[in-house]
Structure formats: structure tokens, C-alpha cells
Design a protein. Structure first.
Length: 325
């Protein structure tokens, strides 16, 4: 119903004898619909190709490193690299729990900027600062092209709402150095209108001055000007994946949101069978649909990492449900 491609042997077994082939693992028989991802902006669209020239092939081979240069959050996981012994296609395997963390707007005195801080601190030397995060020794990094890094900086500045908001914070700090403010990355409350279509920058993130009572924003991600502690981000926050994978979600597309009803169940009472689960959301997104960009399938090992990350979030969500019920 949704146009997902699947193997004949994957068809719904209850309809094996039915001439009309049916498949429910994607959209649950038409109960789930999410708007397709839009065309990727340049230069990402041209770089993320498996049939391109040597430059694009080298980019795809090192896309995890490129994404790390631009990620707003850090990812913590016990990554098992033993499986990548060269005897098969590259795999991404983790053991245990995964967590995403976010820091302050500015680095501590004497520390080098990392992750979101690279969008704010010393942006005159931004390319060098980003490359130094991968290699503090200042030796040339053979697998990373500084020209591509510069092109991706320009792309995210133009299209990514989180990058735009952090650039705004940079300008604010330049004009009002002593002013205290926070960046609020807006969460979602159960029953809030669904914002899977591309939202505006202000719908995703806000710069808040004045009353900085953090109790007002319990479901949001709050980024302070100075903070020694890293904050863990809930996997239920709609920006969970977009903050970690800016090269997969260059427009800051929102992820799973609690309380989204199945199609035709908008007025039904809340129950386990009336609203989309995190598993439903990612099952829909993981399936390939012809002529639609798919961040979870088309970006080499970075897509593999994102799928494992999403799978870990699903398992965490299920365990949390069992704990609370």
C-alpha cells in the first residue's frame, strides 16, 4: 500500500494462497503513513553515490568520519570492530546500551570545542577546528577532504535548522558577550500536532533570554552557555536522530513522536492498538521505496550505524514500558 519493496518470500503468510500479494511489515496494511524524505541538498546528493567517481567513493567509504565532524551530540556505545576483519561487507555492531549526550554552547576554559560548540566557537578557523577533533596531532588526515568539509559547512548553514540556530547563538555571543541565554530544542508532548513535514527553525529550536527557569521546559533539550556536565538526550525526543546524524537528516527532519494515531484512529481512545509505536515508525522508515531518498539505506556504514542506533532505541523503549507497567 505504501510502495515499499520486498521479496516475494516476505509476503504476509496469511495470504499465501491469495492472488493479491500483501505485505504488512512496513505500513501495517495502510495504518501507518509518514511523509517521504525530500531530495538531499548539494553537495550531499552528488557525494552520496555508489556509482560516482573516485571522490564520491572515498566520501562514502569515510562518511561516518564526515558525519562525526558535524554531529551536534556525542554517541556513547561499546562498538565491536572485531567483526570487520575484511572477510565480508563492513558491519556496525554494538554491545550494550547506546546513549546520546549534548554539552554546553561554549567549551570550558582550556578545552577544545567539540560537537555543537564547533558551530559557535572560533568559526573563522572552523575547518581546522573540525579536523583537529578527529586528529589532535595536526597531522594531515588522509581520508578527509578539507574542501568537502567546507562545502558541507555551507550546506548545513543553509539548510539545517539546528546549525542556523547555533549560528544565531554565535552572533548573539559576539554582540552581547555577558548576556545569559539558553538554546531550547523543542520536544513533543503526547497529543501535540505531528510535525513530520519540514518545520521552520523556530519550531525546532529557540534562543531564550531572560527567565531561564528550566522547569518550564522539562520535555525539551536545554543547552546552556556554560555547563561542565553532559546531558543525556531521551530517545523519545523528536530530534534524537537528527542531532546525531546531520548528514542523514540535513533538514533536521523530526523522528518518532509519542501519541501519533494510526490512520483512521485519530478520534479513538488511547490504547496499544490505536497509536503508532517506535517500532512502527522505524519499520516504515527502514523500508526502501522507489525514487525516495532513504537515510537508513543509502549512506553506507553511516546508515548501518543509524539503524543499529534506532534498534537500540526501540529495545530501550520496550524495556522502559515493561518497567513502568
Amino acid at each position: 500500500m505504501c510502495g515499499a519493496l520486498f521479496w516475494y518470500g516476505e509476503r504476509t503468510r496469511g495470504n499465501v494462497r491469495n492472488r493479491a500479494i500483501q505485505y504488512y511489515n512496513c505500513c501495517k496494511g495502510g495504518n501507518v503513513y509518514l511523509p517521504p524524505y525530500g531530495e538531499r541538498p548539494e553537495p550531499l546528493k552528488s557525494l552520496a553515490r555508489f556509482d560516482g567517481d573516485a571522490r564520491t567513493k572515498k566520501f562514502i567509504a569515510n562518511i561516518r568520519q564526515y558525519n562525526c565532524l558535524f554531529a551536534f551530540t556525542s554517541m556513547g556505545a561499546n562498538i565491536d570492530n572485531v567483526v570487520n576483519d575484511g572477510s565480508g561487507p563492513p558491519l556496525f555492531k554494538i554491545c550494550g546500551q547506546v546513549h546520546h549526550r549534548i554539552g554546553s554552547l561554549l567549551p570550558q576554559e582550556g578545552s577544545t570545542p567539540q560537537f555543537l560548540q564547533l558551530y559557535i566557537y572560533d568559526t573563522v578557523n572552523e575547518v581546522e577546528n573540525r579536523l583537529r577533533c578527529l586528529n589532535p596531532t595536526k597531522e594531515p588526515i588522509q581520508n578527509i577532504d578539507p574542501l568537502i568539509v567546507q562545502e558541507l559547512i555551507k550546506m548545513l548553514d543553509e539548510h539545517n535548522p539546528f546549525a542556523k540556530k547555533f549560528r544565531m547563538a554565535r552572533d548573539r555571543l559576539s554582540d552581547y558577550e555577558d548576556e545569559d541565554f539558553i538554546i531550547r530544542i523543542v520536544g513533543a508532548r503526547e497529543g501535540d500536532p505531528v510535525q513530520y513535514n519540514l518545520p521552520t527553525t523556530d519550531e525546532l529550536a529557540m534562543l531564550v533570554c531572560g527567565d531561564l527557569s528550566l522547569d518550564t521546559f522539562k520535555r525539551d533539550i536545554i543547552i546552556q552557555k556554560h555547563n561542565r556536565d553532559l546531558k543525556r538526550i531521551s530517545s523519545l525526543h523528536p530530534a534524537y536522530m537528527a542531532l546525531q546524524y546531520p548528514l542523514l537528516f540535513p533538514f533536521g527532519e523530526r523522528g518518532f513522536q509519542i501519541g501519533v494515531p494510526y490512520i483512521g484512529m485519530e478520534n479513538a481512545e488511547r490504547s496499544a492498538r490505536s497509536h503508532m509505536t517506535m517500532h512502527d515508525f522505524f519499520s516504515y522508515r527502514f523500508h526502501y521505496k522507489k525514487n525516495e531518498p532513504n537515510p537508513f539505506l543509502c549512506y553506507g556504514l553511516l546508515s548501518s550505524q543509524a539503524k543499529v542506533d534506532a534498534r537500540a532505541a526501540i529495545d530501550e523503549n520496550r524495556l522502559q514500558y515493561i518497567l513502568q507497567n
